[in-house]
Design a protein around this ligand. Structure first.
Ligand code: ZN
Length: 290
């Protein structure tokens, strides 16, 4: 059964107000921490349907497999370079990527010398396993790794999907070594694009349950016990093929589908070239020293 989320799922405040409707969904905003969230969370059955075997079809992978893989590795590598300054150097650094999908972050991390593991409950995890990566098919809440296992935990486009982000980050906290780093990427509902595009903002998706602003992200990290190292704009390398695939899948309709057909007909040298866009927010938290 769908549950109305009266209290703020980030800070627990009961002081909340209507945010308005976006696409099909009514949203609520917390007056305390500024998080915005679905007034009624989807049922487990609805979520299972969303995360079915065709969930990653919108990535438009087959159309441009090689450039897609390179685009994802480039993004993952840039995230690892970004967090590197907060991590003391030592050999055999360990990394867990939560929601690792096909294993792009695991590949990028391995190239930089990390011993990397992934967590993925969807069938996409099988592709990462076929590539030779260690991927566990459990939820974070099952705490599938011993305490203090990792120097870095990455969660790229994951936290906005979770109904209980505080519990999820507490699990991450437990799995981090002292002074370990958690690195998050998530849409920023306080961003200029979110405010100006309103319902046309591409991050309004059925599986996105909670939207963060820098203020609410700060609250979340702080409540978990993490030191907030950095919260700021995030950049991604995206190809035209990928953008059009996403638009076509999330908006539907004649024009996006037409664009997709056109994009697939264009030379891959053009549609597969990654360009850098400001898209989301990054957040870096650090576990306290012993
Ligand atoms: Zn709140």
């Amino acid at each position: 059964m769908a549950s109305a989320t009266a209290d703020c799922p980030v800070c627990g405040s009961v002081s909340v107000q209507e945010y308005g409707r976006r696409k099909l969904w009514s949203l609520t905003q917390c007056s305390q921490c500024a998080s915005v969230y679905r007034t009624v969370f989807p049922t487990q059955e609805e979520l299972d349907e969303i995360y079915g075997s065709d969930y990653y079809d919108s990535w438009n992978i087959e159309a441009n497999a090689e450039s897609f893989w390179q685009m994802k590795i480039k993004n993952s590598t840039s995230y690892l370079m970004k967090l590197d300054r907060y991590l003391p150097y030592h050999r055999d650094r360990t990394l867990l990527d939560v929601g690792c999908a096909h294993g792009f972050m695991l590949e990028a991390a391995s190239q930089l010398g990390y011993v990397s593991s992934g967590l993925e409950i969807s069938p996409a995890g099988d592709i990462a396993r076929e590539r030779g990566f260690h991927v566990v098919g459990s939820n974070l809440e099952d705490r599938p790794f011993p305490p203090e296992s990792f120097d870095v935990v990455t969660m790229i486009d994951v936290i906005e999907h979770l109904t209980d982000p505080l519990e999820a980050l507490r699990c991450v906290y437990a799995m981090l070594k002292p002074e370990g780093i958690v690195f998050l990427v998530t849409p920023d509902i306080g961003s200029f694009s979110a405010r100006i595009m309103r319902s046309a903002w591409p991050h309004y998706l059925p599986e996105h349950l909670i939207y963060y602003s820098p203020t609410s992200m700060h609250t979340l990290l702080d409540r978990t016990g993490l030191d907030v190292m950095e919260i700021g704009p995030g950049y991604k390398y995206l190809t035209i093929s990928y953008i059009v695939g996403h638009l076509s899948s999330s908006l539907g309709g004649f024009i996006p589908r037409g664009l997709w057909s056109i994009a697939n007909a264009l030379p891959s040298l053009f549609t597969g070239k990654p360009l850098r866009y400001r898209t989301e927010m990054i957040a870096i938290g650090r576990k306290k020293a012993l």
